[in-house]
Design a protein around this ligand. Structure first.
Ligand code: F6P
Length: 321
């Protein structure tokens, strides 16, 4: 193993820079030449390699986003696109690739490994926390804290002015962020894409709280839950609710910002482990934190394509209501 490359692909997540830094420095520590690929799989298709040395990744651990760029790449979903990507890695004599990203990035990494024999380590980085092979993905902790901070602010004004806020958080297909942010901010109801929603039942829960003299209510709605999002949901339920209903969409604010200490540490641990695994000759694995330990899981041993959200957290709501 002489040359490794690193890329980030798909939705960026806070802490990805910390991971790139760890990979470059762990590579340099082992005498490896390390290259960054600009703009993820998209850049790979266009041979966008840049040489990275330890000083190139100074003072990035504290920044959100990812300085390499992290585009979504539709071409990589086709066998031809992946063949082109594998050829680019070979022509640049790259012996191992570290790919940071979510389930789409995992899909591409698996295909590079299984179809073309490329040695790839997938480091989970997504605010959705839905990558299998890890308990936590880089960026999730920061995104949860960003959402909680915003919801706390909404609660202040809601309480002062007697309102119901429908707060839309990200997660088109995963309710993990909604569940963690909702429970941590004392939300009165949490709607996730994985479970059906009964609008009359929701209205009854909210009205029960109003009768109990709650001045403010917070409903956290995952982006993928209601067709038309939180605005459509609020429009449907408004006639049944005795307080004024307002909507706030947190949107991409949750993807940016200063990564939490926890995400920086996770990113550093995962990045170093990915380089070590490649140096030891491992070829197609997810690098994750499982029960507090950093572990690698072979792609072939993953039991699911997407990690499911911790829906059992919803069972806590009645006790907290
Ligand atoms: O995958 C991360 C994520 O932030 C999801 O939560 C969200 O549904 C999606 O990306 C949004 O993607 P885009 O920025 O491409 O609209």
């Amino acid at each position: 193993m002489k040359r490794i490359a690193i890329l980030a692909s798909g939705g960026d997540a806070p802490g990805m820079n910390a991971c790139v830094r760890a990979v470059v420095r762990a590579g340099s520590h082992r005498g490896l030449d390390t290259f960054g690929v600009k703009d993820g799989y998209e850049g790979l298709l266009h041979n966008q390699f840049v040489s990275l040395h330890r000083h190139d990744v100074s003072n990035i651990i504290q920044h959100g986003g990812v300085f390499l760029g992290s585009l979504r790449c539709d071409d990589f979903f086709s066998p031809e696109g992946r063949a082109q990507g594998a050829a680019a890695l070979r022509s640049f004599n790259i012996d191992g690739l570290v790919a940071i990203g979510g389930d789409g990035t995992l899909c591409g990494a698996r295909a590079l490994h299984e179809e073309h024999g490329i040695a790839v380590m997938l480091v989970p980085g997504t605010i959705d926390n839905d990558v299998p092979g890890t308990d936590w993905s880089i960026g999730f902790d920061t995104a949860v804290n960003t959402a909680v901070e915003a919801i706390d602010k909404l609660r202040d004004t809601a309480e002062a002015m007697e309102k119901v806020f429908f707060v839309e958080v990200m997660g088109r297909e995963s309710g993990a962020l909604a569940l963690h942010a909702g429970l941590s901010s004392g939300a009165d109801a949490i709607l996730v894409p994985e479970l059906p929603m009964d609008i009359d039942e929701l209205a009854e829960v909210l009205n029960r709280a109003i009768l109990r003299r709650s001045r403010s209510l917070i409903v956290v709605v995952a982006e993928g839950r209601a067709a038309g999002g939180a605005f459509a949901l609020a429009d449907r339920i408004r006639p049944q609710i005795k307080l004024e209903c307002r909507v706030t969409v947190l949107g991409h604010i949750q993807r940016g910002g200063v990564p939490s200490a926890r995400d920086r540490l996770l990113a550093s641990r995962l990045g170093i482990c990915a380089v070590k695994a490649l140096a030891e000759g491992k070829t197609g694995h997810v690098v994750g934190e499982i029960d507090g330990d950093i572990q690698v899981t072979a792609f072939a041993d993953l039991t699911e394509e997407k990690k499911s959200a911790p829906l059992a957290l919803l069972d806590l709501l009645p006790d907290l209501f």
